[in-house]
Design a protein around this ligand. Structure first.
Ligand SMILES: Nc1ncnc2c1ncn2[C@@H]1O[C@H](COP(=O)(O)OP(=O)(O)OP(=O)(O)O)[C@@H](O)[C@H]1O
Ligand SMILES: O=P(O)(O)O[C@H]1[C@H](OP(=O)(O)O)[C@@H](OP(=O)(O)O)[C@@H](O)[C@@H](O)[C@@H]1OP(=O)(O)O
Ligand SMILES: [Mg+2]
Ligand SMILES: [Mg+2]
Length: 302
């Protein structure tokens, strides 16, 4: 190569300059701590991405300019601020649109998209457990449950899923009369035996990652006969409950087929209008192809 041709291979100053992106973020202090770790900030910086906190005491439009607004805050006021901002700044990517997130803040509307899906049989069947919404009047729950023909045990989940500690307070009910003790509004969902392991599918745009987590153990017929009452249970499938390295029965450990998860994630991304979420999916124990989505979380943690 002649020196001349080497010169022509030098990138022009225009190409040397990396495009810079500014991400404005509105997160709780807990989320800032868990998400904005130095490693992530360093990686982002090397790729021309900087994170800037949004100041809630100043109008959003006076801040930035931002390429992306990343947020995980709830409340009508914040939703309104973001909607107005999106109208004025249509080119800014708001992750994610507040109305789309709102659908996940109710455990009934959250799973509606999955219930509406009709994934072809060859991938396996994906559905949601049968569930009933109780808006008020705990004393009528036993009758409602009988009329709906729901099978015990039932998982009782607060209808509102707003990220508060209360919205994660779940119970397992072994007999329907004890359900009167619960506080509506709630969703009663059939418990599906799944071998004590669930799959968390993390979705970031087109990228997906699946992990195994420990979950509630199977409930046998004997358990059902020998137990009564409603039992509160703690957050069983949190990040600390990883089952990826556990010595599991292979039929329980086997991940759902990749093409099934890709198809499901793509459909849900479109139908929910979200880019950042995860799905909790279980496989009915004793089957290799019956799947149930039990929970969808917006912009989850690890
Ligand atoms: N229908 C079900 N059948 C069997 N187990 C279930 C069912 N629903 C929930 N569980 C168990 O209860 C746990 C918590 O339920 P769920 O994921 O709905 O609650 P959450 O508070 O939204 O959880 P997260 O921390 O993922 O947001 C699940 O991880 C799973 O172990
Ligand atoms: O931080 P963690 O890893 O516990 O993330 C959890 C996240 O809390 P965060 O918002 O503080 O990140 C939760 O959000 P809220 O419903 O409480 O708003 C919810 O999305 C869980 O499903 C996440 O657990 P994961 O599904 O990822 O295991
Ligand atoms: Mg969950
Ligand atoms: Mg959840």
């Amino acid at each position: 190569m002649s020196p001349c041709s080497i010169q022509t291979l030098q990138p022009s100053p225009q190409h040397q300059q990396q495009r810079q992106y500014v991400v404005g973020y509105a997160l709780t202090s807990k989320k800032v701590k868990s998400f904005l770790q130095p490693k992530l900030e360093g990686l982002a910086r090397n790729n021309g991405i900087s994170f800037v906190p949004i100041d809630h005491n100043r109008p959003l439009s006076d801040q930035g300019p931002f390429d992306v607004v990343l947020h995980k805050l709830t409340g009508r006021e914040w939703r309104q601020i973001l909607e107005e901002y999106r109208q004025i700044h249509p080119k800014v990517l708001v992750l994610d649109p507040p109305d789309a997130i709102k659908r996940l803040q109710n455990r009934q509307s959250m799973l509606q998209c999955v219930a509406d899906l009709n994934l072809s049989e060859f991938c396996g069947k994906v559905g949601v457990p049968r569930q009933l919404v109780i808006q008020r009047d705990a004393s009528s729950i036993p009758d409602f449950v009988a009329k709906a023909g729901l099978r015990l045990p039932l998982v009782a989940k607060p209808l509102v899923n707003d990220g508060s500690a209360k919205s994660h307070e779940l119970s397992l009910a072994y007999d329907r009369y004890s359900l009167q003790k619960l506080e509506p509004p709630l969703v009663l969902q059939e418990f599906v035996n799944h071998g004590g392991v669930l799959f968390k599918v993390f979705i970031v745009g087109e990228a997906i990652k699946v992990v195994r987590r420990f979950s509630l153990p199977n409930v046998t017929k004997r358990d059902l006969l020998s137990n009564a009452g409603v039992y509160r249970f703690p957050r069983v499938s949190c990040a600390a409950a990883s089952a990826d390295d556990a010595d599991l029965d292979p039929s329980v450990a086997e991940l759902p087929p990749r093409h099934l998860l890709e198809r499901l994630s793509k459909e849900l991304r479109q139908r929910l209008g979200l880019q950042l979420f995860n799905l909790d999916i279980i496989r009915e124990h004793g089957t290799m192809d019956r799947y149930y989505v039990i929970d969808i979380n917006y912009f989850p943690g690890k």
